[in-house]
Design a protein around this ligand. Structure first.
Ligand SMILES: CC(C)(COP(=O)(O)OP(=O)(O)OC[C@H]1O[C@@H](n2cnc3c(N)ncnc32)[C@H](O)[C@@H]1OP(=O)(O)O)[C@@H](O)C(=O)NCCC(=O)NCCS
Length: 245
């Protein structure tokens, strides 16, 4: 995934259609565009899914991302669920208390007149995002809370990201993934991603290499058929009720 995030300030023009899936004891999930009020939960998901990532995304960085014309983020959520308790990253070993306090302020958007993020009304289980660069959709993040892994949510997010990329006229979806992250690689391979190269020492936390993976041509009838078949199989496997609107 990308290490830096562009901070352009333009309005978004795209909106994902809401689709619905009921899994996990009939609990219904939906996918929609990410909004400002999601940021506090998105930060929790980030921390849960990428605990070693540094610097960690902040309220401010997502606030900018949601105004970046190139960026498109989606969330998978359940309605009418209580918000999970806030997860706070413990201060690093030997981290001064003042520094930890300042980090907390930044992480909660208390500076620069941004105010506190408003309370979310829905429970977010995962999120994903792309940057559109000409005809390439670069997937910058995809993550599901640990508590909801292995329930088909990551796959549904990936299907939605690829469909979103197609609607935005992307020819390919590309991404970086840690060489050690074989779980994510399996998911990507299932959706036709293949290894296109390596970025040496890409991850600053441990100096790990990144694999660059890319889909085939999204506009080809073969890829569209493959995606449709995989999406159908996913709906059949996980849904009691799954509909697009
Ligand atoms: C990668 C991630 C998003 C997958 O989400 P998930 O909801 O757990 O995955 P799903 O249940 O939808 O599984 C979809 C596919 O992923 C792969 N997969 C998921 N869990 C796996 C596991 N434990 N072992 C091997 N493959 C696995 C399989 O290909 C699976 O398809 P299958 O069920 O037909 O075998 C999730 O593990 C995650 O959030 N990881 C931490 C963040 C991360 O690494 N993101 C990727 C950064 S590049």
């Amino acid at each position: 995934m990308l290490q830096t995030r562009m901070q352009a300030k333009c309005d978004k023009i795209f909106s994902v259609p809401v689709s619905i899936m009921a899994i996990e004891d009939s609990k219904t999930y939906r996918i929609r565009d990410m909004r400002d009020e999601d940021i506090s939960q998105v930060l929790q998901i980030d921390l849960d899914a990428f605990p070693t990532q540094w610097p960690h995304p902040t309220f401010t960085s997502y606030h900018h991302e949601l105004r970046n014309k190139l960026a498109h983020y989606i969330v998978i959520y359940r309605a009418n669920e209580p918000q999970p308790p806030a997860v706070e990253k413990p201060p690093a070993e030997g981290s001064p208390r003042a520094l930890s306090f300042i980090r907390r302020l930044f992480n909660h958007g208390g500076f620069f007149g941004l105010g506190k993020p408003s309370q979310p009304t829905e429970y977010l289980a995962g999120m994903a995002g792309i940057w559109m660069m000409v005809d390439e959709a670069h997937m910058v993040t995809i993550a599901v809370r640990k508590a909801h892994k292995n329930q088909g949510l990551g796959e549904w997010l990936l299907i939605s990201v690829i469909e979103l990329a197609m609607r935005l006229n992307a020819r390919v979806v590309t991404l970086e993934v840690r060489v050690s992250n074989t779980i994510a690689q399996k998911l990507y391979e299932k959706y036709g991603f293949t290894k296109a190269g390596t970025r040496k020492k890409y991850y600053s936390d441990n100096g790990e290499d990144a694999l660059i993976m890319t889909t085939g041509d999204l506009t080809s009838p073969e890829y569209r058929l493959k995606l449709e078949q995989l999406a159908q199989s996913h709906r059949g496997r996980y849904s009691y009720c799954y509909s697009g609107t």
